[in-house]
Design a protein. Structure first.
Ligand SMILES: [Ca+2]
Ligand SMILES: [Ca+2]
Ligand SMILES: [Ca+2]
Length: 322
């Protein structure tokens, strides 16, 4: 019976792993802009970009990277090139791009990031930390600080801005990048039954893995909104899992989870084989490849056998409980 049950739980774990492998959680920064390098154009105008207060064209010189860059000619005053894309409040955005001034009266070039709600109402506007003030024939890197999208954000607009005096002016832009990084966290605490030091439990969410601290605390950073399965495991213990739903607004604090000890051979079931092995190595350190010293006090002893006895018949994954 124990063997059949073990095989069943192993199959469940295998299927869960396969599902996570097929649908990995998106945890890394993502490029939001299209044609940020201005390489693609239709009729000489860079695709995906719009313009306000001037004209935009694709040029082959001066170029910061690749074969082309954008040339923006303002009619006078302040104008910009821009691209608007969907955005969500769970994301922190950083706009970077290169600019070069081509002349004009009292010109300056800079980047701007603007967030809007579904009604098109501007919620927040941020400029690059620096500005280009001289037409020195070189490209200069501009960047905003990372900006957390305000609540109710639905779109973000990336802009390359040219401000001039009364005369028209020219600015070149190239290699724009708008990175979106999720800023939510999932936090919780693992308790390893029979241990005082809770360090070393592995917490897995998709391909992101973190280890628990000595007090059992763990934190998974940069989680995109969505529903996921989180799994906690440690050598000698039955793994546990739960479903989590991350919303766009807040981080998630999970209740503590207790892992049940006694699976010395790590096959996902606590049964007679674990007891037999513990008895065979009683008084000795656990051999490598096994976790017979379940409570981590340096040797296989009566405490480890007691844990196996208490949890006898249990199988992984267990539900999340404390
Ligand atoms: Ca380019
Ligand atoms: Ca076992
Ligand atoms: Ca022990």
């Amino acid at each position: 019976m124990g063997v059949r049950r073990g095989a069943f739980f192993q199959a469940v774990v295998a299927v869960a792993c396969l599902v996570l492998w097929l649908f990995p959680v998106s945890l890394v920064a993502e490029e939001v802009l299209s044609n940020g390098d201005f390489e693609v154009a239709t009729g000489g105008i860079p695709e995906a970009w719009s313009v306000y207060g001037g004209t935009l064209s694709r040029v082959s010189a001066p170029v910061e990277q690749g074969s082309y860059a954008a040339a923006f000619t303002s009619t006078a005053g302040t104008g910009w090139i821009y691209q608007t894309t969907p955005a969500i409040p769970a994301i922190t955005y950083t706009l970077r791009g290169y600019g070069q001034l081509g002349g004009g009266s009292s010109p300056s070039a800079f980047l701007q990031l603007a967030f809007y709600n579904s009604a098109g109402y501007p919620l927040l506007q941020v400029e690059s930390t620096g500005r280009i003030l001289e037409a020195d024939g070189r490209y200069h890197l501009l960047s905003t600080n990372p900006v957390r999208a305000p609540a109710s954000t639905t779109t973000v607009r990336a802009k390359g801005v040219l401000a001039t005096g009364a005369e028209p002016g020219v600015a070149y832009f190239d290699t724009f990048s708008l990175l979106g990084e999720p800023h939510n966290k999932i936090q919780g605490q693992v308790k390893l039954q029979g241990r005082t030091n809770q360090a070393g439990a592995q917490v897995a969410l998709g391909r992101q893995l973190v280890m628990s601290a000595p007090d059992g605390a763990f934190s998974l950073a940069e989680v995109m909104p969505g529903s996921f399965t989180i799994t906690v495991s440690a050598p000698g213990y039955l793994s546990a899992y739960r479903s989590v739903t991350v919303t766009s607004e807040a981080s998630l604090d999970l209740p503590p989870v207790l892992l049940l000890g006694g699976d010395g051979d790590g096959d996902g079931v606590i049964r007679l084989e674990d007891l037999v092995l513990e008895a065979a190595y009683l008084g000795q350190p656990s051999p490598s490849g096994l976790a017979l010293d379940v409570n981590g006090d340096g040797r296989v002893d009566i405490y480890d056998i007691a844990l196996t006895g208490i949890n006898f018949g249990g199988g992984a994954p267990s539900p999340w409980r404390n």
